[in-house]
Design a protein around this ligand. Sequence first.
Ligand SMILES: NC(=O)c1ccc[n+]([C@@H]2O[C@H](COP(=O)([O-])OP(=O)(O)OC[C@H]3O[C@@H](n4cnc5c(N)ncnc54)[C@H](OP(=O)(O)O)[C@@H]3O)[C@@H](O)[C@H]2O)c1
Length: 336
Amino acid sequence: MASPPQPCVCVTGAGGFIASWLVKLLLSRGYAVHATVRDPSDRKNAFLKELDGASENLRLFQADVLDYGTLAAAFAGCEGVFHPATPVVGDKLVDPEKEMMAPTVKGTRNVLEACSATNVQKLVVVSSVAAACFDPNWPEDRLKDESCWSDKQICKEIESWYCLAKTEAEEMALEYGQKNGLHVVTFLPGHVVGPLLQTAVINISIKVFQYIIKGGSETMNNKFWPLVHVQDVADALLLVYEKGEPSQRYIGALEQMDIKDMVALLKTMFPNYDYVDKAVDVDYKLAFAADKLRSLGWKPRSLEETLADGVEFLEKAGLLREPCRLPYLYDMTAEE
Ligand SMILES: NC(=O)c1ccc[n+]([C@@H]2O[C@H](COP(=O)([O-])OP(=O)(O)OC[C@H]3O[C@@H](n4cnc5c(N)ncnc54)[C@H](OP(=O)(O)O)[C@@H]3O)[C@@H](O)[C@H]2O)c1
């Protein structure tokens, strides 16, 4: 008897930190994967073809989220799409509209419309806790959950373009799904750490983690840090794809602590690093609940395991030998 056809899904921005772990997981679970990258000939994306199962079940597609046609070509034949592709930048933006808002918001609109045009059944949009962090009316003593949305006006006032872009894109995706009968689920990870599948490009969340361990002259924000392991993020994305309810948001973050407490814990585990020692206290705390995702069956690693895996990866990759800089947008004392 012929075996049933493999389910086929597409992952946007597949060479990225989170997306590449998701591609690896999907291949290991028997999915055929259409992986989009902006430049298939760029050496930084070559590792995707080396993943287990890639030679049989991975197809690379050139696609830019601002180019609708390239997305539609990559989605053709797919039952589902995962959309992590977003610029995640650490530098000060010169043109926020062009560098952040358009690729995130218009890019997500293109993904939604390309899903409808190609009969994709389900879409998982990778949002962020950034879309749930600035609600001035949220009670201070209550963990933020999926009913919490960042206030777009506040995001604009503080020029937090990433928070604004992620909030607008997520809101639009959920509304679009409801109006157009597309099964859309959004996933909001905290600050993602863990091993990179390649070391040609170090993404921003790893650069920040590297700075926390190495320390340096820049000053961090002593807010709460909702960490989560990259493989637990990949697991969560597949879980919400397979079991998530349409039009629902799911937060994925571990229990949270501020930088000072995190550094104190890290020092008990890895005493030989300098660690960040300049952190300014802020009058808000970010703490999120992941109960909804856990109720679907999400079983993330503990905070200690997550931290240990993150540090051990950096050690093995030689990324703790040289001095490093805190990305500009995370430096509380950066000059304008
Ligand atoms: N890492 C975190 O801590 C964290 C936390 C919360 C949410 N997230 C979300 O998770 C997603 C992935 O983040 P990440 O940390 O894995 O970032 P990453 O490694 O920097 O990956 C971002 C990906 O987006 C792609 N991309 C950017 N602009 C694009 C465009 N115009 N068209 C097509 N692709 C484009 C990049 O492709 P190129 O290689 O071509 O530049 C890259 O593959 C993002 O949506 C981010 O907002 C991340």
